[in-house]
Design a protein around this ligand. Structure first.
Ligand code: C5P
Length: 293
């Protein structure tokens, strides 16, 4: 029987770059939160080799797809030669800073572990996840988390009670931003490239304490510096959400998705309607409760 899995996306409440490393990556601290907007995947032990199909014909289904790469890495490391068939129903926009592809890859590792009777220990799965991409280990767990190093060293946090009942609006403007481009541009923004550490812990502490008013001022993303300069539309989104009374608004990850945290689902839906009047109907938009009970 095929195994069915949902793969949620994430937003970065904070992404603070702490300087460039000798290996070309950036040292950073990030606070990530899951968002229940999900891709859907199915996995089956069938056929020979790895076969991937995808609802989005513009996405590759070979080794350029992170789902394929995750399956290949898992099977090789577990010494499994059986065939696997996978299907990816893509809902989360790509090149958006929402970790869509990273989440899919993590879910693939977890699903194959389940499908083949746990042939690899959890630590090995984290190691494989980190080798596939900096954001992927976050999606092996299901809580808010702080990531350090490249973002791959994860400490899970308890859910923040002050976010219960709050909703999140996410808008994708229709163009993506490439992650390598965003990071390369940081050489032109030395102050944002070389932040001081401690901000993720500070924001997490305020959210844990339930001080949402103070926390809302601490949301921050170093990667906004080049993105907002090149795409002023993203600044207009943030101005709009602030005018509409958003608790906070920020670009997620390397963009281009922008999110806003709103007091209630009813208010978020009203703001969505106003957004469409202001910016047109064509963009990808979603408003969902940030947490489940
Ligand atoms: O790890 P991931 O595949 O997501 O990284 C994509 C690109 O983003 C890297 O090749 C690198 O250029 C940049 N990056 C970085 N520092 C990080 C994470 C990513 O410079 N901590």
């Amino acid at each position: 029987m095929a195994l069915e899995k949902q793969s949620p996306c994430k937003v970065n409440f904070l992404l603070n770059l702490l300087g460039k490393r000798p290996d070309g990556f950036h040292e950073l601290e990030t606070l990530m939160h899951l968002v229940p907007i999900c891709d859907r995947l199915t996995f089956d032990r069938k056929g020979t080799g790895i076969q991937l199909t995808c609802s989005d014909p513009t996405l590759p289904v070979d080794s350029k797809n992170l789902v394929y790469r995750a399956a290949d890495l898992f099977l090789k490391n577990a010494g499994i030669t059986d065939g696997v068939q996978m299907h990816l129903e893509k809902i989360v926009p790509t090149a958006a800073g929402l970790g869509g592809g990273s989440g899919d890859a993590a879910v693939t590792l977890l699903a194959l572990k389940e499908l083949f009777g746990e042939p690899l220990p959890t630590e090995k799965l984290s190691e494989l996840a980190a080798s596939l991409g900096s954001d992927i280990p976050f999606f092996l767990q299901n809580k808010p988390a702080i990531g350090v190093g490249r973002g791959e060293k994860i400490t899970s946090l308890e859910p923040f009670p002050c976010l219960l009942g709050k909703s999140i609006i996410i808008v994708h403007p229709g163009f993506g931003i490439s992650t390598p481009w965003a990071y390369q541009q940081m050489n032109n923004f030395p102050e944002a490239q070389n932040g001081k550490s401690g901000r993720a812990e500070k924001l997490a502490a305020l959210l844990t304490k339930g001080d949402l008013a103070s926390a809302s001022k601490e949301f921050y993303n170093s990667l906004e510096a080049p993105a907002l300069k090149k795409y002023p539309l993203l600044v207009l989104f943030q101005e709009f959400f602030r005018e509409q009374g958003a608790i906070t608004t920020l670009m997620s990850g390397s963009g281009s998705a922008t999110f806003a945290i709103i007091d209630s689902q009813a208010q978020a839906e009203k703001i969505l309607e106003k957004f469409k009047v202001q910016f047109g109907e064509k963009m990808w938009l979603a408003a969902v409760p940030l947490m489940h009970n």
